[in-house]
Design a protein around this ligand. Sequence first.
Ligand code: SAM
Ligand code: SF4
Length: 488
Amino acid sequence: MVESHAEGQLPGGDPSRMTERSGTATARKLFIKTYGCQMNVYDSQRMADTLAPLGYRQSAGPEEADLILLNTCHIREKASEKVFSELGRLRLLQEAAAAQGRRLLIGVAGCVAQAEGEEIVRRAPQVDLVVGPQTYHRLPDLVTRALGGEAGRGLVDTEFPSESKFDFLPEEASPSGPAAFLSVQEGCDKFCSFCVVPYTRGAEVSRPVMDLVAEAQRLVNAGTLEITLLGQNVNAYHGEGPDGREWGLGRLLHRLAEIPGLERLRYTTSHPRDVDDELIAAHRDLEKLMPYLHLPVQSGSDRILGMMNRKHDAAFYRAVVEKLRAAQPKLALSSDFIVGFPGEKDQDFAATLRLVTEVGYAQAYSFKYSARPGTPAATAAAPVAEEVKSERLAMLQQLLGEQQQAFNRQFVAQRMPVLLERQAKRPGQLVGRSPWMQSVVVEAPQRLLGRLLEVEILEARPNSLIGRVVTLPEEKNGMEAPRMRATA
Ligand code: SAM
Ligand code: SF4
């Protein structure tokens, strides 16, 4: 879970003051609590952008907020129940604000909003608005109507509208820092039998190439050096190119790599079936495309992959990995695994361990299967006992953990370019990203935040690397030394 917020500027007050005056809206405080994937992190930022013209500035915490949005995720077990518990806690804040004469609006966005819709305002009448992932460009209208007291409480907008929200979001987005997300594709047409995404995010939609180039250019102008292209199924991207034809992800990556000042590109999350030759060639040809790929497989058993409706078998996955590694020998892989899918037997799980051993991962995410209401697998026969799931998960995580440690250890005494992204918990330290997505902690002054520098790795820990900046750039007449180029 990620909380996204920034400091507010002016005190809040009576919500009825929230009007445009001489073109400047009265400042109000917005707090967005973001759950789940990077796509939600991107969406939360864009929600804040849509509300900026109404005077909303993000606040550091929920206590002083005039509007709290929960940007929810439906992928984990009991996701809806967790949101309802959170809403119970927020009601107390809302009552405290009312006692001070302030009106606090509460909104629910994201995939739980999409899945539960009207049920949210029925069970939690303190909620003022519910907005789905495809309609958050309508937030300013919903907020204005909620403040005006329209329909009492509980405005719900969870349509899959014919217009694209991207055509209505403000062009001028707030700066995203040295590493930013760019949503290029949304939705999924794959319908894996365990997954809610096709129902909560809808059908696959790709944004036009030149819109993405323009957004990437704006990010770079604001100081971003690394962009991660996002999509539920990002390599199913098929947006309209400047020539009026459909472009795939490989071609889009080539075009984005031409932007001067953009040093690093990544993309996530991919489906093995949609790895085409153009994308493989991008890994071979684009120096800016980082040598790290999250390529979920879920299981190593063909029987289970079939029941999951993954549309590929283990041999197909191995062949895709082989082609990618032939194109880019430095490529490191990550994946998602589900253990205990209904009907999974010992030999199926053994096939998963075999696949992990053969492929070798730099890191990975693994989950116990849990039923999502409304998905085909939720009613499947032969559920796996909870203890068996726990046992299998522990074994898989042990193996994946060993692979991750071995992967990290090979970098000790090596040098690599690291993009310094944020302050570490300990003063005087910064945290950056290696080309292979490892967190790298270095002793470095604050002024180096946002720089791409050469770092020597001193120590490998299970989940991070410790390094030292090889040459500290000098400050020349108050000017920073030039940035280094990304090479992996
Ligand atoms: N689109 C990606 C893909 O094709 O794998 C990822 C989608 S999902 C947001 C992220 C991960 O959550 C999945 O890869 C899967 O491992 C896990 N997941 C989804 N539904 C699940 C369920 N019902 N039980 C356990 N894990 C699940
Ligand atoms: Fe869910 Fe990914 Fe399968 Fe789509 S491809 S249904 S997002 S797991």
